[in-house]
Design a protein around this ligand. Structure first.
Ligand code: ATP
Ligand code: MG
Length: 394
């Protein structure tokens, strides 16, 4: 079937009253962004509380559906045929052609669900249901009507044009990115943080990312992996700025001055401080990490408390209660898993102690950090001043 258009049904936007137009506009913007690399010409329009994607000329159906499935805020995607000639005999003909092409196997039950949105149209909804149902039965005697639990519910909407649709493809749900402020994702090359970014973006939050790079201990290839992950997350979350922070001197300095079993925690605290400084500079309202309780030594409740203690901004940890397998399943679903498991070193693994503390005491950690007082402010300032910003467009 060559569909001409898609009707986009949206999820929670409906509850926003006067802000509704803002949500709709954000959704339209994200739909255009998702379709930018799909072959074909598309027009995204809004009409009476509905969003349509119209395809002009040739386009790849599967690619459009795949792209729309990545747009948060979409509840359902309904591929649609639009009939311009509203003459009732023509509608009958088009309805028969639609059923014929969309359902090659005629052994099915159906129901026609017509709506006369344009009240000036001479045929009423009930009569359309009856007459179109009859026309279908006459054309395809194997089909049967079932008004209660039909296999196919054919919607016929008479507006300025007549919309025919029956296929409903689930979208990702959530809210359009850009409707709930911005947050800064600490993005490593692992499995968890891309999933965390995806989950917060799904609630309509725009995302920037920060990656702590430690050359030459971490390679360019490790950095490229994070850029690749940022691009994969950006397919859902919209264009995102990835800040690459050179963390080497800070790590070496901590390594030189602090007890090695506290290294990871102190490093994590500096990551949070720097991410927070970037967040403040770029208008983010929170930080996002891929932490999950108990996963590693730096994610015990005591470690999380010690890391959290340096943050004044809210820290969102959407996978905090997930098992590793649940995070893996989600990363496979969103398409980041294969990239995440590429074997490149990350900056924590290189400096990691044999026996890291699992129950750090916040006062003890703060006192170890005082050994850094001579140079650390300068090192942090340099790291912030030399950040490299990479624009990731999916
Ligand atoms: P991930 O799979 O996201 O790497 P992880 O299980 O390896 O997580 P940690 O290495 O303890 O866990 O990191 C915890 C969180 O800290 C990560 O989810 C990420 O948000 C952040 N993080 C860790 N290393 C980096 C880094 N090099 N750059 C940016 N963020 C980082
Ligand atoms: Mg990691």
């Amino acid at each position: 079937m060559q569909y001409h258009a898609f009707l986009i049904k949206y999820a929670e936007i409906g509850t926003k009253g006067k802000n509704r137009y803002m949500f709709e506009d954000a959704l339209m913007k994200q739909i255009r962004y998702a379709l930018k690399d799909v072959e074909g010409r598309f027009e995204v329009t809004k009409e009476a509380g509905r969003i349509y994607v119209n395809a002009e000329g040739y386009y790849e159906y599967e690619d459009v559906v795949e792209a729309l499935k990545r747009v948060f805020g979409i509840a359902d995607i309904c591929p649609m045929v639009q009939v311009e000639d509203r003459d009732f005999e023509n509608i009958k003909k088009q309805v028969i052609a639609y059923m014929d092409q969309v359902y090659p196997d005629k052994n099915l039950t159906f129901k026609v669900d017509a709506r006369r949105v344009d009240k000036n149209y001479p045929v009423g909804s009930e009569q359309m249901n009856r007459d179109l149902g009859e026309a279908i039965l006459e054309a395809f005697p194997q089909m049967k009507v079932d008004v209660h639990t039909p296999q196919v519910r054919l919607r016929v909407e008479v507006r300025q044009k007549v919309n025919l649709f029956s296929v409903v493809i689930p979208g990702p749900g959530g809210m359009p990115v850009g409707t709930n402020g911005k947050a800064t994702l600490l993005l490593s090359g692992g499995i968890d943080s891309p999933v965390a970014g995806y989950m917060i973006a799904k609630r309509g939050v725009k995302i920037d990312a920060v990656y702590f790079h430690a050359p030459p201990y971490t390679s360019d290839r490790a950095k490229q992996k994070v850029v690749d992950l940022a691009n994969l997350v950006a397919r859902y979350a919209g264009p995102m700025d990835l800040h690459v922070i050179n963390f080497t001197d800070i790590q070496l300095y901590i390594y030189e001055k602090c007890p090695h079993e506290e290294l990871t925690i102190i490093m994590r605290r500096y990551m949070m401080r720097i991410a927070q400084a970037i967040a403040e500079r770029t208008g983010s309202l929170g930080l996002i990490t891929g932490e999950s309780i108990g996963q590693v030594a730096s994610q015990t409740l005591q470690s999380l408390a010690a890391t959290n203690a340096v943050c004044t901004m809210p820290v969102f940890r959407p996978v905090i209660g997930f098992d590793k397998q649940e995070i893996v399943d989600l990363s496979e679903k969103i398409g980041t898993y294969e990239t995440s498991i590429q074997p490149f070193e990350d900056c924590c693994t290189i400096f990691v102690a044999k026996h890291p503390v699992t129950r750090p005491n916040i006062k003890g950690i703060a006192s170890s950090e005082r050994r850094l007082s001579e140079k650390i402010d300068e090192l942090v300032k340099t790291a912030l001043d030399t950040d490299e910003v990479i624009r990731c467009q999916g």
